[in-house]
Design a binder for this molecule. Structure first.
Ligand code: ADP
Ligand code: MG
Length: 369
């Protein structure tokens, strides 16, 4: 029997920067997915999700096309097997596996990447594939694109596979350069779910992407062909040339360019455990997402206010927005009091049922000992 664990993730700062080839700073959290697997003599896979109480099967010698699989969790697992087999040109070992998780599904903490990462590490170990973590992350991303039909960036899979305990993971989405950044050991990570389901997220997300491309295109005409994405525009260039871009693309671009600069500043602030600076940057990120990117809402704003009121070091939207969760950093010594006060304050200002997850920063997916 082999057991593999893989964590979910939350993004500390760097929102809507990934598809602009910019910077993100996720952290792997102590809410995890576990897979217990028994290898089989043949190439058949029987996967049971304890979380959903559902079972599914497929055969590695002829992995069905995505459309020929039932929608749902089996697509992620078969997708990982398909991507690993295509990359290694080998047929993997069949397994009987049970999946369980304490991650909420579909809540923006990337349970899908955790599921993929767990199976990637499982087969990497079982079949001695010797694939490095970045390659595994890229293969998981490919699985999610092709088998789940979700055009995600690499952040979720990278966080679940490459993170170090006690560290956040800086990731440059263009070069795929990664670096672990130590978190102050006395800071806790709190995911504060507003209880408001994410609505409109997909259509609005696609609209934002198009507006960013429009802004990058307009700036390319002025600044030259080295402007491939908004990542290439400095804050100084933005101050001079953004007025030439039409609204609302101008404001969208202002968010992205400012947010990339904030991620880099945040790294320095973390290294110095500079709480006032961290607070300033998280609030600037939230304000920019609210006013320039327009992806917040009454509940997300109420949750950030509640977290600050309850004594958080900093708080902001995390994830795409339009409902979903905020992230707060909190002094560990004040955690109990924080959770109590933030919940009370939120309930006074919003009518959705909040949920708070106090997390540690954990290491990426691994075989359980
Ligand atoms: P998120 O990644 O934010 O949690 P997604 O919609 O991307 O949300 O992924 C959620 C999907 O991933 C679920 O609907 C399910 O198909 C699959 N999944 C994740 N974890 C599990 C699990 N423990 N058991 C079964 N399916 C899971
Ligand atoms: Mg997901």
């Amino acid at each position: 029997m082999l057991c593999v664990r893989a964590p979910g993730r939350v993004n500390l700062i760097g929102e809507h920067t990934d598809y602009n080839e910019g910077y993100v700073l996720p952290v792997a959290i102590s809410l995890e997915t576990r897979v217990h697997a028994r290898p089989r003599e043949d190439m058949h896979c029987i996967i049971y999700s304890d979380t959903l109480d559902e079972q599914a099967e497929f055969n590695l010698s002829a992995i069905p096309e995505p459309a020929d699989l039932p929608s749902g969790f089996v697509r992620y697992v078969a997708g990982v097997a398909w991507a690993l087999q295509a990359h290694t040109e080998r047929t993997l070992t069949g397994v009987e596996a049970t999946v369980c998780s304490d991650l909420p599904l579909g809540a923006g903490l990337s349970s899908s990447a955790a599921l993929e990462a767990a199976f990637a590490v499982l087969w990497n170990t079982l079949d001695e594939l010797h694939l490095d973590r970045l390659t595994l992350a890229q293969l998981c991303q490919r699985a999610e694109h092709v088998y789940a039909g979700v055009q995600c960036g690499l952040m979720d899979q990278a966080a679940s596979l490459l993170s170090e305990a006690g560290h956040a993971l800086f990731l440059d989405m263009r070069t795929l350069f990664t670096q672990s950044v130590a978190l102050p050991p006395n800071w806790a990570i709190v995911v504060a779910d507003t209880g408001k389901p994410r609505a409109l997220a997909e259509s609005e997300y696609n609209l934002r992407r198009a507006q960013c491309e429009e802004a990058a295109g307009a700036l390319r005409i002025v600044l030259g062909k080295e402007i491939i994405a908004l990542r290439d525009v400095s804050p100084e260039q933005a101050a001079l040339y953004l007025p030439l871009v039409e609204e609302p693309a101008r404001r969208r671009a202002r968010h992205v360019i400012g947010e990339n600069a904030r991620v880099l500043e945040f790294l320095t602030a973390l290294r110095h455990a500079d709480a006032p600076r961290v607070r300033h940057l998280m609030l600037a990120s939230h304000t920019s997402l609210r006013d320039d990117y327009e992806v917040s809402g009454a509940e997300l704003d109420a949750m950030v206010n509640a977290c600050l009121h309850a004594g958080a070091i900093g708080a902001r939207i995390t994830g795409a927005g339009f409902g979903g969760a905020c992230i707060a950093l909190v002094e560990k010594a004040q955690l109990e009091q924080f959770l109590h006060q933030a919940e009370q304050h939120y309930r006074q200002h919003a009518s959705y049922e909040p949920r708070f997850y106090a997390c540690e920063a954990v290491s990426g997916a691994s075989v359980c000992l």
